[in-house]
Design a protein around this ligand. Sequence first.
Ligand SMILES: *Cc1c(COP(=O)(O)O)cnc(C)c1O
Length: 490
Amino acid sequence: MNKELYSPLIFELSREGRKGYSLPDYKYDDGDIVIPDILKRAEAPELPQVDELTVVRHYTNSSNNNFGVDTGFYPLGSCTMKYNPKVNESMVALSGIASLHPMQPVSTVQGALRVYRNLEKALCEIGGMAEFTLNPFAGAHGEYTGLMIIRQYHLSRADEARRRVIVPDSAHGTNPASAAMAGFDVVEVKSMPDGTVDVEDLCSKLDDTIAAVMMTNPNTVGMFEKNIPQIAEAVHSAGALMYYDGANLNPMLGIARPGDMGFDVMHINLHKTFSTPHGGGGPGAGPVGVRPGLEKFLPNPRVVEREDGSLDIDFGTDAFGRVSGWLGNFSVLVKSLAYIMTLGAEGLAKVGPLATLNANYIMHSLSDLYMQPISGPCKHEFVFDGLRNKSTGVTTLNIAKALLDHGFHAPTIYFPLLFHESLMIEPTETESPETLDAFIKVMREIAEDAISNPDKIKNAPYTTPISHPDEDEAALTPVLTYAELCKKQI
Ligand SMILES: *Cc1c(COP(=O)(O)O)cnc(C)c1O
């Protein structure tokens, strides 16, 4: 640990008697309101005692140690770390939205329900689906919900033998995990040398025990799966359904629709494609859409339109129940609708081509130094298999760390698992040519240093508070509390 860059915890800054507030000495018990003893804590909470300036400096300095889309380029493949327009934040901060309570009578939340319904309709239009639920909290949660919908569909037809789901080997790890969570066994399908799914291998695995095929398009190596209509036909005639992992919808936005390609159920990562801040575990939203005929399998509760034009919340009986406490991560939904409405249909259709252009620009500018395992143009993201020069001993991990010294977030590394030294880059559409050029320049310098002075790259980063944590030790004996940290005396 670089001690100079270590910022102390606010508890370490605490000094007896210091305070940063000034409140009237008011006791509820003195007035009309009496708080029952059972609701009072026996002892005062242990809070840090700090003056206002210390608090301000502490949090400002802590936030400066954080890296985000607002501080620098963030080419984290598969995560679509695009800029989050600030107008979205203004919309969600409107008091009529920020102070809502889920238990309010429906007559008082008609506007909020309209937001929900309008977003649902926009997503139906974008995905080519009949209906959406906005309730799931994340992409993985959407996958689970979608697979439960597929399970209900098969059970409703007394087709109980369908207990297996086909997943390509290039899929995001959440795909097999969600299938397992939903009670299915996973059948893996291989990829071809061009990165797309092996259709022959897939078709050979179709039988009456297969419930669904999960596909991502463009897939996680950034290749467009051209054979979807052919695959969909084979899957449907085998009695199974097509599931679309919509985490990579960004390059297709307003241009191609999963529903038109033959997908039956899909999820969308609002926090990726529809530009709401994410990372570090949340917040997210993974709405799930279904094609006509599957609406009744969507989870409860649902927002429904009554005959008089008003909106209501329906708790239904057909579906398998709830997947979230209420109607989803409402703040994320509001931000996504704001994003869709500010771009409009025309703006949305520009997202994909720009994201694709940016990705190809970087790929093309670096492929003489970095190993490009799949040839041809990519969509919104691409994968390098480490450096072209394999004799340097410099790994993808070293390259990712060296980037940190230059103010760039690292790309996704060691995913997808198809290659040993995967380095997965997704610039997104919101980056300027200057930023892309600056990134390319640094990536080229790293590749050149890897040959002339490999130790320089292997020992990077030099400017971050933590440079080379012992990852095995961190995984085996994680330090999760302050008390543990003190014991370790690092
Ligand atoms: C991000 C991602 C997911 C999972 O989404 P979360 O919101 O992180 O749960 C699934 N599939 C792909 C291809 C992804 O990129």
